[in-house]
Design a protein around this ligand. Structure first.
Ligand SMILES: Nc1nc2c(ncn2[C@@H]2O[C@H](COP(=O)(O)OP(=O)(O)OP(=O)(O)O)[C@@H](O)[C@H]2O)c(=O)[nH]1
Ligand SMILES: [Mg+2]
Length: 650
């Protein structure tokens, strides 16, 4: 028999790789948020161990189904083991406890070596039933039966060994003694937590030969009732006598059925995943308020859930990448025993299927990197999700935060100041000098000196306003989420609040135009005003000259431009007209300046607001968006893993 004579015709659980990839993602997301207020460290450790264990199991023989006989001391595990294997392999005895090491019997040894290494069964406790295959036992080919030590004896001290193997095996057969079948140490510690593992758990009531048939029936129905009360309604109960052989045919049939179905290993892992998913579910709640999932995510999800296409992780599961990289790194990860023939090379992984390889795990699991280190969103190694993190923030709270930042930065006050500065600055150019002189005489300061103040000085963003805005925003967005997300959203939102004050100040300073900016036409008007002023002064001087010379020499000299008194009224009209013209030009330009300053203020406000929203986005919205994206990814992965479990069972 070759390994694959069994393996290739199996019906592997095709959804399991996708579910494990989802569990990898959940663990990865959770491990960044572990702690007393966060994800349970115990849950994360268990998930990590399951991912590691399942990866190791899936890299090994798909041809073998590992079944363990477990139970209290003296229940008859070793006697059953011997009866099933047809030889006195594991000594049974009256001294308690008898078995101190796990014993294994394999029906069809080929490919089982690495599996036995992984299980930690010592070489001297391994037995093969190759010869029995010719004696009508071919239905058990592929069975790897383990006789475990008891779990409750202090003397054997093997509880840790049992606990470890109970987690590793594909199927568990709990052997109970009629005198101790309700033993709490078995029920509470092992059976109740395995309630979801009915497909891979059986309970055997042994030593039935020590009871009358009525007592046996009572015992069996009482055990059934007890199991039902513990939620183990689907767990099968068998009644046997390892001494007389009663019920052994049924037990053999159950084992043969599991071996033939070749899905006990995946069913076991599936059930383990289910248990962990339920524990992870407490960290998932409703979607982020106001956020609609983007279309591509929905499409990807649909594929995973409906199974219309192969799971996206099929190319290479995360644990294989992690293992390969480590081997490339140190090359010393091989566990195989020196006298063991080398393990066959793993099957090509391009078309990865869980059962394609019989290779051993090639390095100790304890030193391997956590499987999620190489895992990505869909387990395909293609990197981070493509969506914009800020897209996860509902528009309302984002707008409120930006507005609050703008207010904290004093944007409107700064813009007002800019208006005033610009108008005063312009007055120095377009103002009518006589009017300025009058203003000066009245004690008003010259326009240009007012410009010493920097409008950016007005913008001292208030730290307390910023903190309040961030807290309000975080509680609005993260408040409806379950813990620890409410807390992590708040922490992330606050993580860069320290930088906000300076960043808002810079946003205002950069968004403002130069305060000493001089528009070209101001200079032209200033020139024109000076010209008018000169003309007006010339007119005045002319009048004075006429009045001085014209009056005294009017009789002796002919009238000229400097003594013709009749020119004075005209010159007076001209001076007044120039005065008026200068004033008109000044006030007309003043209107133009006010309009331009208003326009400039609007542009500056827009520019500053754009910068403020960049600050809000960089310091708060994007970090919080990433947190919300992780939350949504957590929900999506959890839903996908749970849905595919439902579909698989359906
Ligand atoms: N009458 C009767 N005795 C049994 C049966 N199965 C086992 N025994 C006896 O019960 C005693 C304990 O059997 P073991 O097979 O050593 O029990 P165990 O569960 O392996 O015990 P540990 O190795 O100590 O955990 C032995 O004396 C067996 O002969 C049975 O079906 N009927
Ligand atoms: Mg024993």
């Amino acid at each position: 028999m070759t390994t694959n004579t069994i393996g290739v015709t199996g019906l592997p659980n095709v959804r399991l790789p996708a579910r494990l990839a989802s569990l990898t993602e959940l663990t990865k997301i959770g491990s960044g948020r572990a702690g007393t207020d966060g994800f349970s460290q115990e849950l994360l450790t268990e998930a990590e161990m399951l991912l590691r264990r399942s990866g190791e199991r899936m890299r090994m023989s798909a041809s073998h189904t590992v079944v363990a006989l477990a139970g209290g001391t003296g229940s008859g595990k070793s006697t059953l083991f011997n009866a099933l294997s047809g030889a006195n392999f594991s000594p049974a005895g009256v001294t308690r406890p008898t078995t101190k090491h796990s014993h294994a019997c394999v029906w069809g040894m080929e490919g089982a070596g690495p599996l036995l290494d992984w299980l930690g069964v010592q070489r001297r406790h391994r037995y093969a039933r190759a010869s029995a295959l010719d004696e009508g036992e071919s239905s058990l080919t592929g069975l790897l039966l383990l006789d475990l030590p008891d779990h409750d004896s202090v003397v054997s001290g093997s509880a840790a060994l049992v606990d470890r193997l109970v987690k590793m095996v594909d199927m568990l057969v709990w052997v109970l003694d009629p005198l101790k079948y309700a033993d709490a140490s078995v029920h509470r510690r092992y059976l109740v937590p395995l309630a979801g593992h009915a497909a891979v758990t059986s309970v055997v009531l042994n030593k039935v030969d020590t009871l009358s048939s009525d007592q046996g029936a009572d015992c069996e129905s009482d055990l059934r009732r007890l199991l039902d009360a513990e939620g183990l309604t689907e767990t099968q109960v068998l009644v046997t006598s390892a001494v007389t052989g009663a019920g052994l045919g049924d037990l053999r049939r159950v084992l043969a059925g599991s071996v033939a179905a070749r899905r006990a290993a995946t069913d076991r892992i599936d059930a383990d995943v289910d248990v962990l998913l339920e524990r992870f579910a407490v960290y998932a709640g409703d979607p982020v308020p106001g956020w609609q999932p983007p279309e591509p995510a929905v499409a990807a999800q649909a594929i995973t859930v409906t199974g219309a296409e192969p799971p996206p992780v099929a190319a290479r599961p995360p644990w294989e990448r992690a293992e390969d990289e480590e081997h490339a790194g140190n090359g010393n990860g091989h566990l195989a025993h020196p006298d063991e023939s080398p393990a066959p090379a793993p099957a090509p992984v391009a078309e990865w299927q869980p059962w394609q390889t019989t290779a051993a795990p090639t390095r100790p699991s304890s030193t391997a990197r956590p499987p999620w280190e190489d895992a990505t969103r869909l387990g395909d190694g293609t990197g981070q999700p493509a969506e914009d993190p800020a897209g996860y923030i509902p528009a309302g709270p984002a707008g409120t935060l930006t507005a609050a930042f703008a207010k904290a930065a004093g944007v409107s006050a700064v813009a007002e100041t800019l208006n005033g500065v610009r108008e005063r600055n312009a007055a120095g150019y377009i103002g009518w000098p006589p009017a300025r002189l009058v203003a000066r005489l009245r004690g008003q300061p010259p326009a240009r000196k007012v410009l010493a103040g920097d409008p950016a000085d007005v913008a001292q963003a208030q730290r307390s306003d910023i903190d309040n805005a961030v807290t309000v925003f975080a509680s609005e967005v993260g408040g409806p989420l379950p813990e620890p997300w409410t807390r992590t959203v708040l922490a992330v939102a606050r993580s860069r609040a320290d930088e906000a004050q300076a960043a808002l100040g810079a946003a205002v300073a950069q968004g403002l135009p130069r305060r000493d900016k001089v528009t070209g036409w101001w200079r032209l008007i200033a020139l024109a005003q000076r010209l008018l002023m000169t003309l007006m002064l010339a007119g005045l001087v002319w009048i004075v000259l006429i009045l001085a010379f014209g009056g005294s020499h009017a009789v002796h000299k002919p009238p000229s431009l400097i003594n013709d008194v009749s020119l004075v009224p005209w010159l007076g009209v001209m001076v007044v007209a120039l005065l008026l013209l200068g004033w008109l030009i000044s006030s007309w330009c003043q209107n133009m300046v006010v309009l331009a300053a208003d326009r400039e203020r609007q542009l500056a406000t827009r520019a500053i607001l754009a910068r403020v929203s960049v600050v809000a986005s960089d310091l708060v919205l994007v970090p919080v968006g990433r947190e919300l994206a992780d939350y949504e990814r957590f929900r999506t992965q959890l839903a996908a893993a749970r849905d595919s479990a439902t579909l698989a069972r359906g």
